[in-house]
Design a protein around this ligand. Structure first.
Ligand SMILES: Cc1cc2nc3c(=O)[nH]c(=O)nc-3n(C[C@H](O)[C@H](O)[C@H](O)COP(=O)(O)OP(=O)(O)OC[C@H]3O[C@@H](n4cnc5c(N)ncnc54)[C@H](O)[C@@H]3O)c2cc1C
Length: 410
């Protein structure tokens, strides 16, 4: 029999994350939606708890553990088959989904859990791992002229003695103002294409790095989104993550992009959690007006509202299963680029559809600020945009299925 239950060994973590979401994140959710750009101080305590759990080995944090796939990670327990692992990737998606049932913007604002942390955990050598341990790192790839086409970045890094000099402009950097360091993508030589793109850890306060502004956004307002300028910004050469060599065929760039094979299921998890919040509240609101969703009868024999609800839940379940599959494959050291993109594409779209449909189903209550439904409809949209838009995920899936390269299918 196929069991669709969460693995037994991860249920306590899931339940703990749900409690945190309910008791720590939900109560301050509206406050920081209104107080855009104000740092949610309450998160310091939560971040310290997550650090403590990570150090004790009881938890893998909130998803910044990177893509290193070590042997023997989380072997066996609760999986039913010898050698099959339910490890840190599965634990991360499950806990992130629960936390985002509480609030996506607050989850994205958690200290030391940035996308830059995933890049460091994935690409840094042993010395760098140690030197950058405990830093909160954001990630700066996007530029005014470069978004989806990240291989076209213009920010440059020029070697001068034992330092790199960085020049360029980055936009939409999540946690760009609050983080301790920014992992900046820059090219060593534009004429060499993607092979020359490297990432550099630039600590906060480095002369030449300036946060120009913070964006005002539709949703996830608790999360700061910065535009950052680099003018002759010097960092030690040892802050280049991974190898400085420009390898033929762009292997280094492919390695950096592989970070996303593990972070895309995390974004899918955010979408799954946010959509679940909308579904749970909508079910309650429907019940309050006498509409009960009956799981033992076909949707068509129930009210239109109940039928719509059942359809949304089915879509949500599809997204959740793709998310679990992509994370589980990473735990089991299987190539998961296609499944990671499938999970993000499905969950990103479904979360936007579900959260907006829940607003529609609940009418004026859905639209009003008296409930969080309208906020979740705003928060969910970004999950279908950052770390690769819906269209880009579909492109990646199509390339994998058709066996075409990025040059062959654009
Ligand atoms: C709130 C927020 C936070 C962000 N955080 C970060 C961050 O921390 N770090 C970072 O580096 N970036 C971040 N981003 C940037 C984000 O990753 C980009 O916005 C995203 O990659 C899309 O790039 P773009 O906005 O330039 O759109 P474009 O790439 O210009 O795309 C515009 C539209 O065209 C479509 N499109 C583009 N190329 C194709 C194609 N080949 N085929 C079909 N359709 C295509 C896209 O899907 C999209 O619908 C963030 C953005 C936001 C809004």
């Amino acid at each position: 029999m196929i069991s669709l239950d969460d693995p037994k060994k991860l249920r306590p973590l899931r339940d703990q994350a749900h409690q945190v979401a309910m008791n720590m994140l939900r109560p301050i959710s509206r406050k920081y939606d209104r107080a855009e750009h104000e740092y949610p101080r309450e998160l310091d305590l939560l971040a310290a708890m997550i650090d403590g759990l990570s150090e004790s080995g009881a938890s893998s944090g909130a998803g910044a553990s990177g893509v290193r796939r070590t042997e023997g990670e989380g072997v066996g327990e609760g999986s039913g088959s010898p050698g099959v692992k339910n490890g840190t990737n599965l634990a991360s998606v499950m806990s992130i989904a629960e936390m985002c049932w509480g609030d996506v913007g607050l989850l994205l604002s958690l200290p030391r859990q940035g996308l830059g942390n995933s890049a460091i955990a994935s690409v840094a050598d042993a010395e760098q791992q140690e030197r950058f341990a405990g830093l909160w790192a954001s990630m700066a790839i996007t530029e005014p002229d470069t978004g989806s086409d990240s291989a076209n970045i213009r920010t440059t890094a020029t070697l001068d003695g034992d330092e790199y000099v960085i020049n360029g402009e980055k936009i939409y950097v999540t946690s760009g103002e609050r983080s301790d360091a920014v992992v900046v993508w820059a090219t060593l030589d534009r004429s060499l294409g993607r092979a020359a793109i490297k990432s550099f850890v630039v600590p906060k306060g480095t002369p030449g790095m300036t946060v120009e502004r913070l964006e005002h956004k539709l949703g996830i307002r608790a999360s700061d989104t910065a535009a950052i300028r680099f003018d002759d910004c010097r960092v030690p050469a040892a802050n280049l993550l991974g190898s400085a060599e420009v390898e033929a065929g762009g292997q280094g760039f492919a390695g950096a992009m592989a970070t996303f094979d593990n972070t895309r299921p995390l974004v899918a998890a955010m979408a799954v959690g946010c959509a679940k919040a909308s579904l749970d509240l909508t079910r309650d609101l429907l019940e309050r007006v006498g509409i009960t969703v009956d799981y033992d009868r076909p949707g068509l024999s129930q009210s239109a509202a109940a039928a719509s609800f059942l359809q949304m839940e089915a879509d949500w379940e599809g997204a959740r299963l793709l998310m679990l599959q992509a994370a589980w494959m990473a735990d089991n050291r299987m190539a998961n680029a296609m499944e990671a993109s499938m999970a993000k594409a499905k969950a990103g779209r479904v979360a936007s559809d579900i959260t907006l449909s829940c607003v529609e189903l609940c009418g004026s209550i859905g639209y009003s600020e008296s409930e969080l439904l309208e906020k979740w409809a705003r928060d969910s949209k970004i999950l279908d945009i950052f770390e690769g838009t819906q269209q880009i995920q579909q492109l990646i899936v199509a390339r994998r299925i058709l066996g075409l390269s990025s040059a062959e299918l654009k």
